[in-house]
Design a protein around this ligand. Structure first.
Ligand SMILES: C[S@@+](CC[C@H](N)C(=O)[O-])C[C@H]1O[C@@H](n2cnc3c(N)ncnc32)[C@H](O)[C@@H]1O
Length: 430
């Protein structure tokens, strides 16, 4: 059995095992205290950040431990809990556990999902990846076999799930060990956030803790250590505070939660990614799926930034991760490719409107396909497959082929579109 810090299993009832938004890594919105900006702390290996004056660093009260079956938490509660819960006999969930820094009502919302807790989705094949050094990028994750677009590669329970903005936490944080009111609000938030992460870290298994502390930290100088790891490795999930958004809508960034995963965190960035991350709420797990056919031996890449922006803007968005992207899309960027990145949704929308007329026309000339196929080719070359307009473009091409009576071609596009649409579809909880 895996050891857990602070876990009181005696009151935990035997439970059956206990998630759609595309996830991208993101920057945690915490204003850092000025005094840590130029500190010379090492990268992400230390737990004790050296609390500044006015902060009492001591053992946390036992009331900070919450393994709760309750689903009636007050609006202003913050809890750090292990999810899913351990069984009454102390045994763990075969799919592992996550530590979750949550606002009470959001915790309740997940526990009340009819399908929670489900086992984590399993890939069709075992051992489809290996973590190993990647030249010039530290560690990376590589395919061990050929993988088809749309295939689930692996899913995992995150080591840590956390609120993506710190500010609203402070007022109601019962774990606070701040004894001084001298700190500015930004300083307090950053300190308190680190403290919450410390609570979560202490609750992890030894293996989980070691895995968390071994993750890359690109924020050695401008963040506290555990938060630096969050900022370097976190991916957004589809968990958010407050009522769920309308179908097709999304939570405001400040209400979302992010996740740090053990394997997923090792996936490096490319502006032409071949995998995407989805969080599955009912199994509380992150899924990594192929968005392109991938050959055995190739490295998996996700995108750490929005792709609907120019190379210069992507460079700015990636700067906090401490590297300059040398992917072919960035290296070969020219004004025309930048324009495609920024105008891709509008170009697809224009074809979408034109296609309505084409469908109604008594006869259609096959030449209407030329600019559509060219746009598809350019989109693939520019790494725009993960963008939602790409799937819309596939749908337009499919319909035009069908109208032209070219069934086989239409079927080919249906298949690719369906495979991409299926990513994350097993989350029927919203
Ligand atoms: C989420 S981690 C990815 C895993 C990391 N390579 C490791 O060894 O754990 C992010 C860090 O990996 C490195 N990295 C990711 N993508 C990169 C790229 N395209 N070029 C260079 N370094 C990259 C950077 O140091 C970045 O801060």
């Amino acid at each position: 059995m895996m050891k857990r810090g602070f876990l009181n299993t005696s009151k935990v009832k035997k439970q059956p095992l206990y998630g759609r938004t595309q996830s991208q890594p993101h920057q945690l919105e915490i204003e850092e205290p000025v005094e840590t900006r130029n500190s010379s702390k090492s990268l992400g290996r230390e737990v004790d950040a050296g609390h500044p004056e006015g902060v009492v660093a001591g053992p946390l009260p036992s009331s900070t431990i919450e393994n709760s079956l309750r689903t009636d938490h007050a609006e202003d509660t913050i809890l750090v809990s292990t999810i899913p819960l351990h069984f009454e006999d102390g045994s763990g969930d075969p799919d592992g556990h996550s530590e979750w820094i949550a606002r009470g009502p959001t915790y309740d919302k997940i526990l009340k999902l009819p399908s929670f807790p489900s086992p984590i989705p399993k890939p069709r094949r075992h051992n489809m990846y290996v973590v190993k050094p990647s030249r010039g990028m530290g560690l990376g994750v590589f395919a061990t076999c050929d993988i088809e677009a749309g295939e689930l590669i692996f899913s995992e329970r995150p080591l840590l799930v956390y609120p993506s903005a710190a500010a609203p936490l402070e007022a109601s944080n019962p774990y606070s060990r701040l004894s001084s009111t001298k700190k500015t609000s930004g300083q307090k938030e950053a300190i308190e956030y680190e403290q919450l992460a410390e609570v979560a870290l202490e609750r992890m298994t030894e293996e989980g803790r070691a895995a968390y502390l071994s993750l890359a930290n690109a924020h050695g100088r401008d963040s506290r250590p555990l938060v630096g790891i969050i900022k370097t490795n976190g991916y957004l999930t589809n968990i958010g505070d407050g009522p769920d958004p309308r179908p097709g809508g999304d939570y405001a960034h400040a209400r979302k939660y992010g996740a740090v995963c053990e394997i997923g965190a090792r996936i490096n960035h490319s502006c032409s990614p071949n995998v995407t991350f989805w969080f599955n709420r009912s199994s509380f797990s992150m899924q990594v799926s192929a968005i392109k056919d991938i050959k055995g031996g190739q490295e998996f890449f996700s995108s750490y930034c929005r792709l609907d922006q120019s190379a210069a803007k992507r460079k700015v968005a990636l700067a906090p991760y401490g590297f300059e992207c040398k992917c072919p899309v960035c290296v070969h960027a020219i004004p025309a490719t930048d324009q495609l990145h920024e105008e891709f949704p509008a170009r697809v929308q224009r074809f979408s409107e034109l296609s309505k007329g084409w469908i109604r026309a008594p006869r259609l000339d096959a030449s209407v396909l030329d600019p559509l196929l060219q746009l598809e080719k350019d989109a693939i070359k520019e790494g725009l497959i993960p963008e939602p307009p790409y799937r819309r473009l596939l749908g337009i091409i499919e319909v035009v082929y069908a109208k032209l009576g070219m069934r086989e071609k239409a079927g080919h596009y249906t298949e690719i579109r369906c495979r991409l649409n299926a990513i994350g579809e097993d989350d029927k909880t919203r």
